[in-house]
Design a protein. Structure first.
Lengths: 348, 348
DNA sequence: GTGAAAGCGCTAACAT
DNA sequence: ATGTTAGCGCTTTCAC
């Protein structure tokens, strides 16, 4: 025979461990689950056998009967630094638990529900969803089966928990800041609304961006100013293009309030390319991503502590896994961080 | 009874679908796998039943017999823009396949092997590993079970595929650029080597960073200059601190070659804070992350096309899933993108 | 405290 | 072309 004799062709199973340790499969199962009813002696035997055989439980098999010890994160945009902060916070909160995190990114042209379904299909024990654009009714049905935390949307649900920043306060702070600096022509740049308008839209003005835009309109109205809202795609390149158009207009804005930092950074690049700076056009973002505080960027932004949101998401999920069933709403504080990208207009 | 009568408490299984469609379980299985031997009529029946019952196959159950249709990505640093580019490329390549991607990020203080194991435990059909710091011998054993592609390390393996940029050429271009600008005191900033030195270290100078550092030393030696290598952690904050120290030294460097863009951006922040710019200290990075081309950053960097690396990783994995067994090595071109962060010294 | 046996939902081999 | 059957590796009663 030409097959190598030494290599085990097959990873060891719980059966192998049981045989090796001279106990039953059930006994091994109890040991790896830290379940009740194992003698110290047996535990030692089994643990040794597990070591020797390099046994690792197959998660798929475990998931069929018990838990997968996996928490799934649905992330709409892998490169988004704000979402990264959330993941970092979650990672930290997961450190001393038996749970592993997996992230399901959105595929190209894919909606959040595909990724959320994919997590549910994989039998994760809990889901953190971040895509704002999924049907709440559908989400409730998912939450019937799998504990779920939704980050960034202000809707109220009986079945899943929600985590948000205080978007109203954050946007108020931005507007007070810009108006206080004397700006009058303030443009608001934000991601385009879902199109076609989903049937569940309007229901509670759920999305964070929608809240920010609403506050912008209110404050402009109160100040007796004409609002101008520009919609772009998620990524910064379109914000860049939109800003170029704005800057070329006869009456160019003196300030831009961007719906998030990714957009704001795109705005800044267009401003810089036009040879302008904060004394010509003030720019304010939202999320306070790490790069915002880079001295070459110096972006004024609203800190809603992504790290904390991620930590909290995990905490809520773990609570649910321990039995909580009533829905919880958590709101993080919003704090404006003023930096060089916003200021008073150049004189003359 | 107080239980709600209308809600199915249990998601439907293949059995339910079979019953509903009046066929066997195997028949349903064939339909969902697009397998050979189903009449059009039966397919229609089954598809309709699947719709009606909102049936979704449990991935865990499928994985136990067949495939999980899942590709796993082990990512050492979620916030790293270079890795994000890889994921984006992979997402694109996966768009028209039945495979779903999941990302396993490293937990706090966790090594890459934990995440890779976690993916293997979850029965993914293939793994893309990016952590450079895992034992190649161990990796080979993982690859015996699960098709594996390693990105960013130059080792040669019989069992897994490797994808790298041309780090030698990239580093050569950086050094030629800086030396050509007339710089003599060039410092190289890179991530610290594994400590303690792993037993498999030195074996082929596998890591990308190690190659870049080696080229730096060679070129400095050839130019008759004194090399100075500074090691930091992965994230930019330590690079920032290290740079402050460098700038405070009596003979401060006139150029810094950073091992990657994350570090380079940290360097830039320290340079800016010291009130200096490219005419005082040139900075060059590696990876050409998106923010590098932002006009306020303008970081000279080596483009090794992360997008392409990600696309290629998926391509190689899919090839293996279709039966390829010989290992493949793929090397992407490296191209220096010169921007404002590097230039000739200020006169006087 | 321990083990035997049933079964989770699915696919693959083998009937028919 | 379709149905039957035997598991995959694990957890969970439920006996002992």
């Amino acid at each position: 025979m030409s097959t190598e004799p030494t290599r085990r062709p097959r990873p060891s199973t719980i059966q192998d461990v049981a045989r090796e340790a001279g106990v039953s499969r059930a006994a091994v199962s109890k040991v790896i689950r830290n379940a009740y009813g194992v003698s110290d002696h047996m535990r030692a035997q089994v643990t040794a056998a597990i070591e020797r055989l390099e046994y690792r439980p197959r998660v798929a098999a475990r998931a069929m009967r018990g838990a997968s010890f996996t928490l799934g994160f649905e992330i709409p945009q892998v490169g988004n630094d704000f979402l990264t902060m959330i993941v970092d916070g979650a990672t930290e909160a997961l450190a001393d638990t038996p749970y592993q995190m997996i992230i399901a990114p959105l595929g190209r042209d894919q909606k959040g529900d595909v990724a959320i379904n994919s997590l549910a299909d994989r039998q994760v024990d809990g889901i953190v969803a971040i895509s704002p654009r999924v049907d709440p009714a559908w989400l409730e049905r998912v939450a019937e089966r799998t504990p779920l935390v939704m980050i960034g949307r202000h809707d109220r649900s009986e079945r899943y928990d929600t985590i948000t920043g205080d978007d109203r306060s954050g946007a108020e702070q931005v507007m007070s800041h810009l108006l206080g600096l004397g700006h009058r022509r303030i443009v608001h740049l934000t991601i385009h609304p879902s199109r076609p308008e989903p049937p569940w839209a309007g229901q509670a003005g759920a999305e964070a961006h929608v809240v920010r835009t609403a506050v912008y309109r209110e404050r402009m109205a109160v100040a007796g100013l004409e609002p101008q809202v520009v919609h772009t795609l998620f990524d910064g390149s379109e914000a860049h293009a939109a800003t170029r158009t704005l800057l070329a207009a006869p009456e160019r804005p003196t300030a831009v309030f961007a719906g998030n930092d990714t957009l704001a950074i795109g705005v800044l690049s267009a401003v810089a390319e036009a040879g302008l700076d904060a004394r010509d056009v003030s720019v304010v973002g939202y999320d306070d991503v790490p790069i915002a505080r880079h001295p070459l960027i110096g972006l004024t932004s609203v800190d809603q502590s992504g790290i904390e949101l991620g930590r909290e998401a995990v905490r809520l999920l773990l609570e649910r896994l321990e039995g909580r069933t009533e829905a919880v709403r958590y709101e993080a504080e919003a704090v404006l961080r003023v930096r060089g990208s916003s200021g008073v207009l150049r004189e003359g």
